[in-house]
Each structure stands twice: as structure tokens, then as C-alpha cells.
Design a protein around this ligand. Structure first.
Ligand SMILES: [Zn+2]
Ligand SMILES: [Zn+2]
Length: 92
């Protein structure tokens, strides 16, 4: 038994790593009529996690009044998030 390995370059711009698809996996994709993965396993894993947590709400503080609130962005996300009150004040 031998296995064919296909080198694929990860299409994630911030990654670009070469990764290997082994023949068993390649057959699987052919059988299912799926295109070969163009993202490395780490990036695919990250994408799956991102999809899964899409609707998750995080507890964080408003970046203006520091009041605790829920947001779709965790406090580690590089976004400025206002609570609803501050949001409307900011627009007006
Ligand atoms: Zn990658
Ligand atoms: Zn606020």
C-alpha cells in the first residue's frame, strides 16, 4: 500500500503554509465531489470555530461608559464597542 501526498498551499493570506493532503483524504474529497481543501487544517479549524461562535455573545464593557454589556465581540477583539446608549449618543 502506498499513499500519494499532494502539496497544497493554504489560501489564507495571513497563513500561506504548505500542507499535505494524503491520498486517502484525496479519495474522500473525490468521492464526495468536493474540491480539495485550500486551507490548512489549522485554518479550517479556526474557520469552523468562527462559524460556530458566530452567534455567541460575550460579556464585555462598553468602551465609553465602561458599563458591563453583551456583545458579539469578545473583549479581546480589536473593535471599539459601545453599549446601546453610548452608540446612539455617538451617532447623534
Ligand atoms: Zn493556513
Ligand atoms: Zn456605554
Amino acid at each position: 500500500m502506498f499513499s500519494i501526498m499532494v502539496h497544497v498551499k493554504c489560501q489564507e493570506p495571513s497563513c500561506g503554509k504548505d500542507f499535505i493532503v494524503v491520498s486517502a483524504e484525496e479519495d474522500f474529497y473525490k468521492q464526495k465531489n468536493l474540491p480539495l481543501p485550500d486551507h490548512c487544517p489549522a485554518c479550517r479549524h479556526r474557520q469552523r470555530m468562527a462559524l460556530r461562535s458566530e452567534r455567541q455573545l460575550y460579556k464585555r464593557n462598553c468602551d465609553k461608559c465602561k458599563q458591563s454589556m453583551l456583545s458579539v465581540y469578545p473583549s479581546s477583539a480589536p473593535y471599539i464597542v459601545y453599549c446601546q446608549k453610548c452608540f446612539w449618543e455617538n451617532i447623534g
